[in-house]
Design a protein around this ligand. Structure first.
Ligand code: PGA
Length: 250
């Protein structure tokens, strides 16, 4: 079965609304007519409005980088799923390793956010991946299985219909190191098995699993031409319209 690939930009904590507007003004014409892959831009919360406005009427979709699981209330600084859909988001990144590393995100909180994102009709991109010490200790498989199983707990295949996974080996994020296409393909196959045991074989066959970690114009084709790799989650190289366009046009 052929799965449409997703090329997603994770801008992290970069760009003011004005810089986001400038990016979109350059990027939209460069990406015009590109329908082979889905293009998703995940800016900081305050840039969502301007990115959504500039993306409207194009095939470019907008995502957030996180959400909080409560509907509303006294939760200073948090953002709900409905706020995101209302602002024009279709996607949301969940469980990024930087959230896990610096902001106390756990497999359990990823699961809570995932449930709410699915309920709200958002398409979640759930990030999993091993740190360097785990790869060196030979426990990558266990880590990926645990992260997936716990993230998926209590969620039905129907609810998770729009979910995608990003395999991001933490040692490859922002370091210039990438997993070899073979390493990535191996991890993706394992994640697909986990998805099959949680949601069934049919679900697993259509699940899109992205690779993330130092994806650049120079390595995009090698990675994206693998059948097991259904897209890319791009950090640093998504910040400039020309380099992100080169990746989109791998
Ligand atoms: P990078 O980040 O492309 O800068 O390595 C990827 C990510 O963290 O999503």
């Amino acid at each position: 079965m052929s799965r449409k690939k997703i090329i997603a930009a994770n801008w992290k904590m970069y760009k003011t609304p004005e810089q986001a507007r400038q990016f979109m003004e350059e990027f939209v014409p460069l990406a015009a007519g590109h329908t082979r892959d889905e293009i998703v831009i995940c800016p900081p919360f305050v840039d969502i409005a301007v990115v959504a406005e500039k993306a409207s009427g194009t095939a470019i979709e907008v995502g957030a980088q996180n959400l909080y699981w409560e509907k509303e209330g006294a939760f200073t600084a948090e953002i709900s799923a409905e706020m995101l859909t209302g602002a024009g988001c279709k996607w949301v990144i969940l469980g990024h390793s930087e959230r896990r590393q610096y902001f106390g995100e756990t497999d359990d909180t990823v699961n809570r956010r995932l449930k709410v994102a699915c309920e709200a009709g958002l398409a979640p991109i759930v990030c999993v991946g091993e740190v360097k010490e785990e790869r060196e200790a030979g426990i990558t498989e266990d880590v990926l299985r645990r992260q997936c199983a716990r993230a998926f707990a209590g969620i039905s295949a129907r609810k998770a219909a729009k979910m995608a996974i990003a395999y991001e080996p933490v040692w490859a994020i922002g370091t210039g190191l990438t997993a070899t296409p073979e390493m990535a393909a191996q991890a993706h196959a394992l994640i697909r098995q986990e998805a099959a045991s949680a949601f069934g074989d049919d679900y697993a066959k259509q699940l899109r699993i992205l690779y993330g970690g130092s994806v650049k114009p120079e390595n995009a084709r090698d990675l994206l031409s693998q059948t097991e790799i259904d897209g890319a989650l791009v950090g640093g190289a998504s910040l400039k319209p020309d380099s992100f366009t080169k990746i989109v046009k791998w």
